[in-house]
Design a protein around this ligand. Structure first.
Ligand SMILES: Nc1ncnc2c1ncn2[C@@H]1O[C@H](COP(=O)(O)OP(=O)(O)O)[C@@H](O)[C@H]1O
Ligand SMILES: [Mg+2]
Length: 221
């Protein structure tokens, strides 16, 4: 699934001051690419990610996702596109503490009204792909940080989205767990998924296949 973003702008006014969160960003990502985005805190990484993930809309610019111009779509239409095409991974895992790993992974499938049997099958399959089949009945508090993030990845991929957006997925992890998570994301990309990952870790950035540096709302060339 390809991404073509042209001259995206997003400005905020805070206390009378204008903040240029995105100041004319253009980005093309081809099917199956693994793109790493890096930049200082406040440089606009999350704003860009949220727009690419149809969680937010730009003030101006054009965004073509999978051949469809999504720039002017309604919130409902964007939400539909998110549910089908995009899997999200965040720094703070965002798992529900009262549910098991399996139930957490099943949740987005439930929202998509996939029948129970198929749901369990897809969720177990996703847990297997992140190496956590044996933790399906554990609750988040019974898992390490790295395992929780892998459950979150399983949740993101269970419905087979074609694009994975990960905002600082290793931000809360120790180096070993971070390496595990990076490996899983690498495997997803090798399997044909488009992966866009944000990191502010310079070492991770330097080992990236394709690196996009962003500063003050602009992509550095
Ligand atoms: N909802 C918002 N309201 C006002 N300013 C915002 C909002 N979201 C982000 N910003 C500002 O936009 C800039 C970019 O933010 P962000 O995309 O979160 O950066 P990053 O993820 O690179 O740390 C920052 O200066 C931030 O303070
Ligand atoms: Mg951020």
């Amino acid at each position: 699934m390809s991404i073509h973003a042209r001259d995206l702008r997003k400005y905020y006014t805070v206390g009378g001051e204008q903040v240029r969160a995105l100041d004319g960003v253009s980005l093309d990502v081809e099917d199956g690419e693994f793109v790493t985005v890096t930049g200082a805190s406040g440089s606009g990484k999350s704003t860009l990610m949220n727009i690419l993930g149809c969680l937010d809309v730009p003030d101006s610019g054009e965004y073509i996702l999978d051949g469809e111009n999504v720039s002017g779509l309604s919130q409902n239409a964007l939400s539909e596109i998110r549910g089908v095409k995009i899997g999200f991974i965040f720094q703070s895992f965002n798992l529900i503490s009262g549910l098991t790993a399996l139930e957490n992974v099943e949740l987005p499938l439930l929202y998509r009204r996939i029948p129970k049997k198929t749901r369990s099958m897809l969720a177990l399959n996703a847990l297997e792909r992140v190496g956590l089949s044996d933790r399906a009945l554990h609750r988040p508090s019974e898992l390490s940080g790295g395992q929780q993030q892998r459950v979150a990845i399983a949740r993101a991929i269970a419905a087979e989205p074609k694009i994975i957006l990960a905002d600082e997925p290793c931000g809360n992890l120790d180096p070993k767990s971070a390496a595990d998570v990076l490996n899983v994301l690498g495997e997803l990309s090798a399997g044909g998924k488009t992966v866009i990952m944000i990191t502010h870790n310079e070492q991770t950035a330097l080992s990236a296949k394709r690196l996009v540096r962003i500063a003050e709302g602009r992509i550095l060339q």
